[in-house]
Ligand binder design. Structure first.
Ligand SMILES: Cc1cc2nc3c(=O)[nH]c(=O)nc-3n(C[C@H](O)[C@H](O)[C@H](O)COP(=O)(O)OP(=O)(O)OC[C@H]3O[C@@H](n4cnc5c(N)ncnc54)[C@H](O)[C@@H]3O)c2cc1C
Length: 358
């Protein structure tokens, strides 16, 4: 590591240090901001939206360790989520597998979680600008961190849809339904609600907008029974959100001197239920190098280099596993061997689960 001379005023952990600007107040940006403030580093966060707000997300949090959440100083906030212990996987016609989750998970709405993180960040003395787009990074990129989420594209290959239901009984804490050209997770969250969130290949003419778009997409994927079940239950229309125009996988950098974390660097396919965990893990991975930079121990170039290598070794194998499995879920012929293995109780769920989180 490149060590720079340490200024007298900053060698006793007395507080202060170089300020950090964070572009994007989602999970990664807020968690990182909290952790930096806990180290007494000046932090400014720009968020284009406002809190609380619903987001397209399965709200199923699984894989992040308690040690990571403790390092960020946010474990108590996640512990407010609903404990989730079981899952089931369904084809259009039947339940293929029902089992305990290999690792317990949490269900917590983004409406509640992002608000709780934002309040903690402000409580720790950070400046949080809402309804404010981030400024451009300085040419050197120094002290500027991009956590602005998934990369936008012009094409509309994917559509993400989400809405909360009340009084909806589930077969397990997380029901996964795979259809032709899309899948959806139904997962318990706080207040005895169920979050229904799906990813679909875009079908022109099906949009229409509004909450009925979700059952229409389910029908188009061959999931008619599920569409009827959801239509029969009360839903919270204000929680409906939709997104389109994004890509999964690694995001090419637009500015080489900017440190990118969370979905802004790489988006894992949503079926893994691991994107939120990766957002927290990437914040925790970057924490120490940013802290050293702020205290003038480390150049910004070194921060980017060291963080990138640490993130690559932490995430590359789960990204590979997710990219291999994702197409299998969407296509009936490719999905058939997996469905057969599940029916015969030969699907190595614990191994797959681990491969998508290690
Ligand atoms: C359909 C779907 C289902 C999913 N289900 C799950 C799941 O069940 N479990 C799971 O773990 N993950 C899931 N994910 C993934 C998860 O939502 C993301 O991985 C996670 O939100 C990434 O966090 P982030 O902080 O990187 O980005 P985000 O949470 O997207 O935050 C980015 C923030 O930046 C803000 N922003 C954007 N541009 C600017 C700008 N120019 N200036 C200022 N602010 C800006 C945005 O408003 C946003 O608040 C799902 C994703 C999709 C699409």
């Amino acid at each position: 590591m490149t060590r720079l001379p340490m200024p007298e005023s900053q060698n006793g952990g007395a507080g202060g240090g170089k300020a950090i600007t964070i572009a994007g107040g989602g999970l990664c940006g807020l968690a990182l901001g909290i952790a930096l403030r806990r180290a007494d580093i000046p932090v400014e966060v720009f968020e284009s939206g406002a809190y609380p707000r619903h987001r397209v997300c399965g709200e199923f949090i699984c894989g992040v360790s308690d040690a990571t959440l403790d390092a960020l100083g946010i474990r108590d906030l996640l512990d407010q989520g609903t404990p989730l212990n079981s899952f089931s996987w369904h084809s259009p016609r039947r339940c293929l597998i029902a089992s305990e989750l290999p690792t317990p998970a949490r269900g917590l709405s983004r409406f509640a979680l992002d608000l709780a993180l934002a309040r903690r960040l402000e409580g720790l003395g950070a400046t949080l600008h809402t309804r404010s787009r981030a400024p451009s990074p300085p040419e050197s990129g120094e002290g500027f961190i991009d956590t602005s989420g998934r990369a936008r594209t012009r094409g509309r290959k994917w559509v993400g849809l989400k809405i909360h239901f009340k009084q909806l009984d589930l077969d397990s804490d997380l029901e996964m339904h795979a259809g032709n050209g899309g899948y959806i997770g139904l997962s318990r969250i706080e207040d005895e609600r169920v979050n229904a969130c799906g990813l679909f290949l875009h079908r022109p003419g099906l949009g229409g907008g509004g909450p009925d778009t979700l059952p229409r997409y389910l029908e188009a994927c061959g999931l008619q029974t599920l569409a009827e079940r959801l239509r029969a239950h009360p839903r919270d229309e204000s929680s409906f959100t939709a997104i389109a125009g994004f890509e999964m996988g690694a995001v090419p950098p637009s500015h080489h001197n900017t440190l990118r974390l969370g979905d802004a660097r790489m988006m894992i396919p949503p079926f893994t239920g691991n994107g939120m965990s990766m957002a927290f893990e990437s914040a925790a991975t970057a924490l120490e190098t940013i802290r050293k930079h702020s205290r003038s121990y480390l150049t910004w170039k070194r921060v980017i280099h060291d963080t990138e290598s640490a993130l690559a070794s932490r995430f590359s194998s789960r990204m590979r596993a997710a990219s291999l499995l994702h197409p299998l879920l969407l296509h009936p012929t490719l999905r058939a061997p997996l469905s057969l293995l599940a029916t015969l109780r030969l699907l190595p769920t614990a191994i797959l689960f681990k491969a998508l989180r290690n």
